[in-house]
Design a protein around this ligand. Structure first.
Ligand SMILES: [Zn+2]
Length: 504
C-alpha cells in the first residue's frame, strides 16, 4: 500500500493516525445534500440500467468494459462532477476517472473478496452512499504455495469501517458561514396580540406621606380584581410635576355613575381619607398581564406593569434562540427536506418535503415528500409521520416506490436503545418541513406528540401560524413549539418555481 505518487500535498493533513498511512479522512467530502442528490440520480435511472447479480444490483456508466478495451461513453454530469473531484486529489495519476460502476447492496449483502481486472489497474475509488461501509483487506492469493494454507482467514490483513459521519462533524464545516435567515417563534394569539387597554381613574398624590395608608384603603374599596399585574402607584417621571406620585383608584367601569367624576364621588370620605390628594383624571391601563417583552414594553408606556418574563421567548423573539452551530444543523435538515420536495415534484407531486429528526442523537429518523397524487391524504407531513411509525414497527402505508421517502431502519434503532424506551411516535422529535402544514397535518402532529416544528415558508391555509395556531390551542392535550423562516429562501424557491411551472 503506497501513496499514489501524484497525490496532492494538501491531502497529507488528512492521514488517519490509527490506520495504515494511506488512509485519509477528509471531513465533509460529500455533503448530505450531495449524497441525497446522487442517490436520487441513481434511482431515477431507467430500470434497464440495472443488472441483477447475486447479492447486489449494478449500473454501468461510461461505456461497456471489454477484455480488449472499452468504447468509452461520456459520463452523465452528476457522476462526472464527483469523478473530477476525486481525480483532482491525484488519485488517478493526474488523469480523470472515466468509468463508474454503481453497486446497490441491501442490508446484509456484500461482495466476496476479489481483485479488480486489468482494465481497472492501477486505481479504483469508491463512494459509499446511504449507509456505513465495511471494507476487509486481504493479501492476494500468491502463485506459489507457502507454508500456511492460503485461506481467507490467513490472508486477512485489516478492516476499515467507513461510518456515516456524525452530524456534529458535518455541522462544523458549514457553521462558519452565517445563515441569512432567522427562525422566529410562532407564538399564541395571546402572546402576539397588541396590548388591550382599559380606562381607569387615577388621582395625584401631592403629599407622599399618605401613600401607604391610601393604598391600603383603596385596596379594600376597589380591589382591582383580575388586574394584579397593575402597580397601584406610579412615580411622575417629569421633575417639574407639582406632585411626585399618582395612584390608580378604579376602573372607569367600576366608578359610581355620576355626571361629573370628582374626588368626592370616587372616594367616599368614610372609606378613604382624601387629604394630600389632587383631582381625578382618566388613564388607560393594560387589561391583561404582558406575556412577552414587547407586550411588556408597550404596556409599561401606559401604566407600570409587572412582568414574569419567559427568557426563552424573549431571546426567540429577538431571533437569537439558535446559535450559528445550531442554525447550520437546522439548515442541513431543512435542505434534506428541500431535496425530498424536489424529488416529490419530479414524481409529479406538490413540492413539499419533511424531515423528522431526533434532537438527542442528531439523527434523521425519516424523510418524506408529498404523495397526494396517489392518495389525497398523503401530504408530506403525513408521509413522514407514517415513516416514523414504520421505523417503530407500525405504519399504515408503503412509500417504497419513492426512494426519497425513507426512514432509519428499525435494526439500527434497536441496536442503540431498548425497545421499551422507544418514544410514542414523535415524542421529543423535531420536524423540518418546507411549507407550513395544513390543519390535517397539524392535528396529526398533535396526535403524534411532536416536540418542535420548523418550517421554511408560510402557507395561505397553514394551521401553524397563518390561518390557525393549532400548536397553541389550550383545549388540545398536546402543545408544541413552532418556528418559521428556517432556510426561507430555498423553501420559497420551491414554490416560486412551482408557480412558474403552473404558468407555462
Ligand atoms: Zn397537510
Amino acid at each position: 500500500m503506497e501513496h499514489p505518487s501524484s497525490i496532492v500535498e494538501e491531502l497529507r493533513q488528512f492521514v488517519l493516525t490509527d490506520a495504515p498511512p494511506t488512509v485519509y479522512y477528509i471531513p465533509d467530502f460529500i455533503s448530505e445534500e450531495e449524497e441525497a442528490y446522487l442517490l436520487q440520480q441513481v434511482y431515477k435511472s431507467p430500470k434497464i440500467k440495472w443488472t441483477q447479480l447475486s447479492g447486489r444490483r449494478l449500473q454501468n456508466w461510461g461505456g461497456l468494459p471489454h477484455p480488449r478495451g472499452m468504447v468509452g461513453e461520456r459520463l452523465p454530469d452528476w457522476l462526472l462532477k464527483h469523478c473530477e473531484k476525486i481525480s483532482s486529489l491525484g488519485a488517478f495519476c493526474g488523469k480523470t476517472a472515466n468509468h463508474v460502476l454503481v453497486n446497490e447492496y441491501k442490508p446484509g449483502e456484500g461482495i466476496m473478496p476479489h481483485e479488480d481486472g486489468p482494465l481497472y489497474h492501477p486505481t479504483v475509488t469508491t463512494i459509499s452512499l446511504g449507509s456505513h461501509t465495511l471494507l476487509d483487506f486481504y493479501t492476494p492469493v500468491s502463485g506459489t504455495e507457502g507454508d500456511a494454507p492460503q485461506t481467507e482467514e490467513n490472508r486477512y490483513q485489516f478492516s476499515l469501517l467507513d461510518t456515516m459521519e456524525p452530524q456534529m462533524k458535518r455541522w462544523k464545516g458549514s457553521a462558519c458561514h452565517a445563515h441569512s435567515w432567522v427562525a422566529y417563534p410562532v407564538l399564541s394569539d395571546e402572546q402576539s396580540q397588541d396590548v388591550e387597554l382599559v380606562e381607569a381613574f387615577a388621582v395625584p398624590i401631592v403629599d407622599k406621606k399618605v401613600t401607604s395608608r391610601l393604598v391600603r384603603e383603596l385596596n379594600s374599596l376597589y380591589p382591582l380584581d383580575g388586574l394584579q399585574h397593575i402597580k397601584r402607584v406610579r412615580a411622575r417621571k417629569d421633575r417639574d410635576s407639582p406632585h411626585p406620585l399618582e395612584v390608580l383608584v378604579c376602573l372607569a367601569s367600576e366608578a359610581p355613575e355620576v355626571k361629573e367624576v370628582t374626588i368626592n364621588s370616587l372616594l367616599p370620605p368614610e372609606a378613604v381619607g382624601r387629604e394630600g390628594l389632587g383631582e381625578p383624571f382618566t388613564v388607560k391601563v393594560p387589561a391583561r398581564p404582558p406575556l412577552t417583552r414587547p407586550q411588556f414594553e408597550l404596556a409599561s408606556r401606559h401604566w407600570p406593569t409587572s412582568f414574569h418574563e419567559d427568557k426563552q421567548v424573549t431571546v426567540a423573539l429577538r431571533g437569537e434562540l439558535f446559535s450559528p452551530l445550531q442554525k447550520a444543523a437546522m439548515h442541513t435538515y431543512m435542505m434534506s427536506a428541500v431535496t425530498a420536495a424536489r424529488a416529490g415534484r419530479e414524481s409529479g407531486m406538490e413540492a413539499v418535503g419533511a424531515v423528522m429528526v431526533d434532537p438527542v442523537t442528531d439523527r434523521i429518523v425519516a424523510v418524506g415528500h408529498d404523495c397526494r397524487g396517489d392518495h389525497p391524504l398523503h401530504h408530506a407531513v403525513m408521509v413522514c409521520i407514517d415513516l416514523v411509525a414504520r421505523s417503530q414497527g407500525g405504519g399504515c402505508y408503503s412509500f417504497d416506490g419513492y426512494t426519497a421517502c425513507r426512514f432509519t431502519s428499525p435494526e439500527w434503532n434497536t441496536a442503540d436503545s431498548e425497545e421499551s424506551s422507544q418514544p410514542y411516535i414523535c415524542t421529543g422529535y423535531d420536524l423540518y418541513v418546507t411549507r407550513e402544514p395544513c390543519v390535517m397535518c397539524a392535528m396529526a402532529l398533535v396526535h403524534s406528540r411532536i416536540g418542535r416544528v420548523f418550517y421554511g415558508t408560510a402557507s395561505a391555509d397553514g394551521a401553524l401560524g397563518t390561518r390557525l395556531k393549532i400548536h397553541t390551542q389550550r383545549d388540545l392535550n398536546h402543545r408544541f413549539e413552532v418556528y418559521r423562516g428556517v432556510s426561507r429562501t430555498e423553501c420559497e424557491e420551491l414554490y416560486s418555481s412551482d408557480t412558474e411551472k403552473d404558468h407555462f
